[in-house]
Design a binder for this molecule. Structure first.
Ligand code: UFG
Length: 342
């Protein structure tokens, strides 16, 4: 007999995973984290406990090791899987394509094979707006917008994983599967107990800003000021990580209520585009301090402008983002200060 509350969360100690675990526990689910801390830290578990008042269940597992992962399926009876565990750095994927293909594809295949073997019906996959590449024409993308060739091996793994999920569905699988195409996840839990923990020098904009403001880095370089956008800097759809976590809960509940096998894909963004300069000015406003920054050359592989059409998420799973970019930046800054004080 399946316990409807047991959900396997691969990569549950990571940035998006840990926030989703908190929301799952808040909603009465029983998430089981599998992680090997290769891109996170054990102290995340303490942060989760500080928010929800209980130790999260965690098994130290390399998701690409099928025997290790199978042991978790033997121990717990899952009604669903949320699969986060994957590598995610665009630049690193260009330097180490084999590592990215091996890790991201093997992890998914192991999860799907074990889901079939143990008859786990619900599956949520962490996809990315990177699958759209540089949008042609309008910068607001719907799930039906044409995918361009991926501009990195990382992006190619996300396209391939979605293809694998689609092929499994077409083969007659009983599973109900949902691809969530995340736009730019930012922010932190409002309590400041969990947040983003970049290992080494951050690649992403918001942690680079907060670490610069905290004095760990000297200066932010804004990559390019000659793009064809309002102020010449790139535009993204930044989504608060707690909104994103809530999208997983809504998506999971929607899957669990389906009576037929189905595969769907939805954009998870706010529908608003924000430029790099707007992010810097918002940071300066919410933190009440000025940031040390300069313009530099464009970064290879950057998309000029992209943001989400979110109507499908609203219609299908009844989700839309509640939090503003000010909320996200204030929470990211609160987290940065809090963890420096520890
Ligand atoms: N940026 C800077 N300076 C920095 C860091 C970033 O100017 O030090 C700019 C980038 O050029 C870009 C914007 O800030 O214009 C956002 O950059 P991020 O690195 O934070 O995010 P990306 O949009 O490049 O990448 C994100 C995810 C990827 C995903 C991609 C899809 O991190 O996983 O979106 O477009 F694949």
């Amino acid at each position: 007999m399946k316990d409807n509350r047991n959900i396997l969360v691969t990569g549950g100690a990571g940035f998006i995973g840990s926030h989703t675990v908190v929301e799952l526990i808040n909603k009465g689910f029983n998430p089981v984290i599998v992680d090997d801390f290769r891109n996170s830290e054990a102290k995340v578990l303490k942060g989760i406990k500080a928010i929800v008042g209980q130790d999260p269940i965690m098994r130290f597992v390399d998701v690409t090791n099928k025997e290790q992962l199978k042991a978790v399926f033997e121990e717990f009876s899952f009604s669903g899987i949320i699969h986060f565990a994957a590598y995610k750095a665009v630049g690193e994927s260009v330097a180490k394509p084999l590592v990215y293909y091996r890790n991201n594809i093997d992890g998914l295949l192991n999860c799907l094979e074990l889901a079939e073997e143990f008859k786990v019906l619900n599956f949520v996959f962490s996809s990315s707006c990177t699958v759209y590449g540089e949008p042609k024409g309008t910068k607001i993308v719907t799930e039906l917008s044409e995918m361009q060739e991926a501009n990195s091996p990382y992006g190619a793994t996300k396209q391939m994983c979605e293809r694998i999920i689609s092929d499994v569905h077409k083969s007659g699988s009983k599973m109900r599967m949902l691809n969530l195409r995340y736009f730019n996840p930012v922010g932190a839990h409002p309590t400041g107990n969990i947040g983003e923990l970049p290992i080494g020098r951050p690649n992403n904009l918001i942690p680079y800003i907060t670490q610069t403001a905290a004095g760990l880095l000297n200066e932010l370089t804004v990559y390019g000021n000659d793009y064809n956008t309002n102020d010449g800097t790139c535009v993204r759809d930044y989504i608060h990580v707690v909104d994103l976590a809530e999208a997983h809960i809504k998506g999971y509940e929607w899957l669990n209520n389906l009576s037929e096998p189905r595969t769907e894909t939805i954009n998870v963004g706010t529908g608003n585009g924000t430029s790099v300069l707007e992010i810097i000015h918002t940071f300066e406003k919410v933190s009440n301090q000025s940031l040390n920054w300069k313009f530099g050359p464009r970064r290879d592989g950057d998309v000029e402008e992209i943001f989400a059409d979110t109507s499908k998420a609203q219609e299908l799973i009844g989700w839309n983002a509640d939090r503003t970019i000010e909320d996200a930046i204030a929470d990211a800054w609160n987290w940065e200060k809090k963890r420096r004080d520890e």
